[in-house]
Ligand binder design. Structure first.
Ligand code: MG
Length: 243
């Protein structure tokens, strides 16, 4: 039966029905428990280059491309955008720090089981991430074998603006040949939620990090959950509520 959240979504956008064909997944903090390491690496990088960023803020800016994050920090410090050379040098340094932690990346608990279900239910699975790391495809293949394919992946390298612009999620719809009412998004970051909501897609925010719910709720997701395990447990009920 159609839930209140779905009815509100339809009313807001003037759509008649949500006819689910695909699920668009963000990556960091959704498929992988990688955000604490990313936040730490961004913080250390900022300290090294004397850029103003706290570790907590790194969570709040999650989803931005490297360029967008660095433009923001350079605007704060020197009232100008970062040059392409600065973006390359600083982002390379950040990736080096991230890799130096030498931590095994773990899938987010509940996410592999959920993706299996979504696939078995016959929905298309599309990745929409701000990350542009070269190791991304091999990491996905290792932990989510044969689920993601190059032609259904939107990465930081595929877009100009990145989240919070609707661009990455609009591109996600395009690669899947989907209308906004034929997909849902699973996101953990406030800027990712803003991007998905402004692309007109039903958005499930999953608060997998240390942020207050209020920061995510301020971006008007259609639903808020607190772990991928919870989403996995409630998947059947949620999928039924779209009809
Ligand atoms: Mg994320």
């Amino acid at each position: 039966m159609r839930s209140e959240a779905v009815q509100q979504y339809l009313n807001r956008h003037g759509f008649e029905a949500l006819s689910l064909k695909a699920v668009l997944f963000d990556m960091d903090g959704v498929l992988f428990d990688s955000m604490p390491t990313h936040a730490k690496a961004w913080y250390k990088t900022a300290v090294h280059f004397s850029l103003p960023l706290t570790e907590k803020e790194a969570y709040e800016h999650e989803g931005r491309t490297a360029k967008s994050t660095l433009d923001l920090l350079f605007q704060r410090k020197e009232q100008r955008n970062a040059t392409p050379e600065e973006v390359k040098t600083i982002y390379d340094y950040k990736i080096q720090i991230y890799n130096s932690y030498n931590l095994e990346t773990h899938p987010m608990p509940g996410a592999p089981a959920l993706l299996q279900k979504v696939r078995q239910d016959g929905y298309q699975i599309i990745l929409v991430t701000g990350s542009g790391q070269d190791t991304l495809t091999s990491r996905l293949q290792r932990f989510y074998p044969d689920i993601f394919h190059k032609d259904t992946m939107v990465t930081g390298k595929s877009v100009k603006q990145g989240k919070p612009s609707p661009e990455p999620y609009l591109l996600g719809l395009k690669v899947g040949q989907l209308h906004p009412w034929e997909a849902i998004v699973v996101e953990n970051a406030p800027l990712g939620v803003r991007s998905a909501v402004s692309a007109g897609i039903f958005t499930i925010a999953v608060n997998t990090g240390p942020m207050d719910d209020s920061i995510l709720l301020a971006e008007h997701p259609n639903m808020l959950l607190h772990s991928m395990e919870e989403l996995n447990e409630k998947w059947e009920e949620i999928a039924r509520s779209f009809c």
